[in-house]
Design a protein around this ligand. Sequence first.
Ligand SMILES: [Zn+2]
Length: 395
Amino acid sequence: MHQATRERLAEVGNSIADDYMTLKLLAAGLARILWERQRVREGAEPTTGLLPQAWRAGVTRLWWRALEQGIEPPVSDMVVFAWCRRPLGGWPVRLDVSDSDAESMLIDGEELSAFADEAARLAPKSDAEAELTENRAFARLQATAELHGRTEEEVQQAYVSLRLFLIESPVVSDLELNKLTGRFKEADRHGRLYVRDFFDAAYQYRKTGGTAFCRVCNDCGNPLHEGVDVCGTPGCGGVPVIRRLKVLEGYYVQHRGVRVCMHDPGLVEKRLFDALGDLPEGRARLHRWPGMDACDVAVEFPDPAASDDPGRSEWWAGDAKDCTSATMLGRSFTWNQRMRARHRFLILPWHRFEQKHYVDDLRREMQGRSDGVRVISEGDFVSKARVRALGGTPW
Ligand SMILES: [Zn+2]
């Protein structure tokens, strides 16, 4: 190896060994490239001919990594694009990724894979961050909730309704939307409903008129393309059905970012709420996204001697996470310190809990910095909470 190359390598050596950082940068770059491509297809002028900064930084890191391993560095961006369609474990440059990630790819068909989607969101912050539809939708959701309650409890109730609406309605007709606008009536001084701002940030409009026929999953409700014969949503085993929507003029479909970040991970949250909703009354209280999302789910077990005093209750709190990469989840997971609880959990949906190597990789990454958070499956969390509510000892 050339002396100058060797010196340069020594300079960046420590950080390039973090291949997850390289993947995050490549994923963020790809997200930008695919977004740009989509805009151009829809008739917009291309913003710049240059490849995104994140992509170039990722490719440079790969390049150094190749030299370090004594193999031929990628000769062009096209070569790296081609790698992005291969499982991570099979790239010519050997990447230090965990076993549970070795089969993941960055591009799946013509879209960003779920893995790349997560990775891009964990990339060092960029200007694009504020533009992400899911961030905008989430900010408007919070604002709408705050404008529809006089007390903390009312605001929390509004927040829960709006968030559940996103999980229950990936596709919604304009007539069904009236149910939402009938309940959230606050408007700005021009008479525009605040809930409308939230809604417009989260959904795309499709004009039809009369009746609309949508191909959706019979289980989670996500729209499915023609030719797809199983729902690809993580953990969903549903199949396509044609849903007939009665509309006035059209219907709405969730933006992809909102679906991926709020609807899909919300499915496990909803299952938890449904299962915990029938815990014996008086012995356990369910809290959904308490403190406007300080955590996803909390169960309060009142002290029988002072059941009206929440200060004497025992609290269990959990964050439900449905992520493709156990390693990235483990490295990025932090407990929100606003949420105080006797027992803290990271709750995994069944399909992750049963995935090979997943739990081991996750626990290894969380070791030493887990804040006493236990990794548990959704089913186990519910059954332990039930045992506790009935006065048994779950541990
Ligand atoms: Zn589905």
